[in-house]
Write a protein that binds this ligand. Structure first.
Ligand SMILES: Cc1cc2nc3c(=O)[nH]c(=O)nc-3n(C[C@H](O)[C@H](O)[C@H](O)COP(=O)(O)OP(=O)(O)OC[C@H]3O[C@@H](n4cnc5c(N)ncnc54)[C@H](O)[C@@H]3O)c2cc1C
Ligand code: FES
Length: 321
C-alpha cells in the first residue's frame, strides 16, 4: 500500500455503540461505489491531525461485505492511545474527511470449514461482524463466543443476540462468567475452524487451548490488534541514500520514514502480513522484534526487520533502503 492507492472518504454517520467504542460509517467522498471485500478484511485509515501530525491505523470492516454503498468500522478509544484512536473519537465528526486504503484480508474465513467457532474478546468482535454476515449468507454453521467486561463495554451484544439467536454466547466478566473453551472445542465436528481476536493474553490462551485439544494448527486462526509499547529513540541509517532518520519513542520506523517523505510498503501496520519486511545491513545492538511474521530463527539471525512494529534496542541500525 502506498499513498497513491488511498481513497478519500467522508464520515456519513457516527454511533456510540458501547463505553469508549464508536461505529463510523464511511462513504466515498466523490459518491463512487466502494469495492466489495471479503469478511475479515481491514482498511488502513489515515488521519490528519493538527501541526501536520498523521496517524495511520488499521480497522476491521464490520459492514456487509457486498454492500458498496458504505464501509463501517468500530473503533475503541484505546487507553494510553498514541493518538490515532483518540483522534477518531474526539475530532472526527459526521462530514469529516479521511483517507482509507483498499481492503486487505489477513484473517479470512476458510471456505471448506465444516463449522466455524468465533472467539472474541472486547473490541476483537469487529472482524466477526462481517464474518457472521458472510457465514449466515452462505448458510454455514457457526457459533460466536464473545467475552465482554460488562454490558456497557460490550459492543453490539444486543444486536448480535437479536440477529443470530442461539448461535451467540456472551460471557460477562462482571458476572463472573468464564468462556468454557475446552468444552466448546471438544464438542465440535471434524473440520471445524476456530478464529480468535481480542487481547493478546486471550489469543495466546485460546490458541494454546486449541493446540492442547489436538486441533491442527491450520484450523486455528487469530488476528492481533495490539501495537507494541513505545521504546527508546534511535537512528536509522538508509544504506542506499545515506540519510539518517530519527525514530522517536512513540513512533514506528515506518512512521518515521513516512514523516520524512519516504514511502515504504505496508498492508497491516501490525506485524502480521510481511509486506514491510526490510533487510538489516548493520545493527548497533539487538533488535526488538515485535512482529508475528518472522520465524524465531529469522528473528535470531538479525538479518530482517518488520519496520511497522519492530525497533532497535541499541543505538541504531542501517537498513537496505
Ligand atoms: C489488522 C488490524 C485490525 C484492527 N482492527 C481494529 C478495530 O476494528 N477496532 C479497533 O479499535 N482497533 C483495531 N485495530 C487496532 C488499531 O489499529 C490501533 O492500534 C488502535 O486503535 C490503537 O491505536 P492508537 O493510535 O490509539 O494507539 P496505539 O495502539 O498506542 O498506537 C498505535 C501507533 O503506534 C505505532 N507503533 C507501532 N509499533 C510501535 C513501536 N514498536 N514503537 C512505537 N510506536 C509504534 C503505530 O504505528 C501506530 O501509529 C486493528 C489493528 C490491526 C493490526
Ligand atoms: S505492514 Fe504488515 S507486517 Fe508490517
Amino acid at each position: 500500500m502506498t499513498a497513491s492507492t488511498l481513497r478519500r472518504v467522508r464520515v456519513a454517520e457516527i454511533e456510540r455503540v458501547a463505553d469508549e467504542i464508536k461505529r463510523f460509517r464511511l462513504i466515498d467522498a466523490g459518491g463512487a461505489a466502494l469495492p466489495a471485500f471479503s469478511a475479515g478484511s481491514h482498511v488502513v485509515v489515515t488521519m490528519h491531525g493538527e501541526n501536520g501530525h498523521v496517524w495511520k491505523n488499521p480497522y476491521s470492516l464490520i459492514s456487509a461485505p457486498y454492500d458498496g454503498s458504505s464501509y463501517e468500522i468500530g473503533v475503541l478509544r484505546a487507553a494510553g492511545s498514541r493518538g490515532g484512536s483518540m483522534f477518531m473519537h474526539d475530532h472526527v465528526q459526521p462530514g469529516s474527511e479521511l483517507h482509507i486504503s483498499e481492503p486487505v484480508n489477513l484473517f479470512p474465513l476458510v471456505g471448506q470449514g465444516s463449522k466455524h467457532i468465533l472467539v472474541a474478546g472486547g473490541i476483537g468482535i469487529t472482524p466477526f461482524l462481517a464474518m457472521m454476515r458472510e457465514l449466515a449468507a452462505r448458510n454455514s454453521d457457526f457459533e460466536l463466543h464473545y467475552k465482554v467486561r460488562s454490558a456497557e463495554r460490550g459492543a453490539f451484544c444486543d444486536r448480535l443476540a437479536a440477529q443470530y439467536g442461539a448461535r451467540v454466547h456472551i460471557y460477562r466478566s462482571d458476572r463472573g462468567m468464564s468462556l468454557p473453551l475446552e468444552r466448546i472445542l471438544a464438542e465440535q465436528p471434524l473440520g471445524t475452524h476456530m478464529y480468535v481476536c481480542g487481547p493478546a493474553a486471550m489469543i495466546n490462551w485460546a490458541m494454546h487451548t486449541g493446540r492442547a485439544a489436538g486441533w491442527p494448527q491450520e484450523n486455528l486462526h487469530c488476528e492481533r490488534f495490539t501495537a507494541p509499547s513505545p521504546g527508546k529513540p534511535f537512528t536509522v541509517k538508509l544504506a542506499r541514500s545515506g540519510r539518517d532518520i530519527v525514530v522517536g519513542p512513540q513512533q514506528s520506523i515506518l512512521e518515521a520514514l513516512e514523516n520524512n517523505g519516504i514511502d515504504a510498503p505496508y498492508l497491516c501496520r501490525g506485524g502480521a502480513c510481511g509486506q514491510c519486511e526490510t533487510r538489516v545491513v548493520a545493527s548497533g545492538g539487538a533488535l526488538q522484534h515485535n512482529d508475528h511474521y518472522l520465524t524465531e530463527v529469522e528473528k535470531a539471525s538479525g538479518e530482517k526487520i518488520m519496520i511497522c512494529v519492530s525497533r532497535a534496542a541499541g543505538s541504531g541500525l542501517t537498513l537496505d533502503l
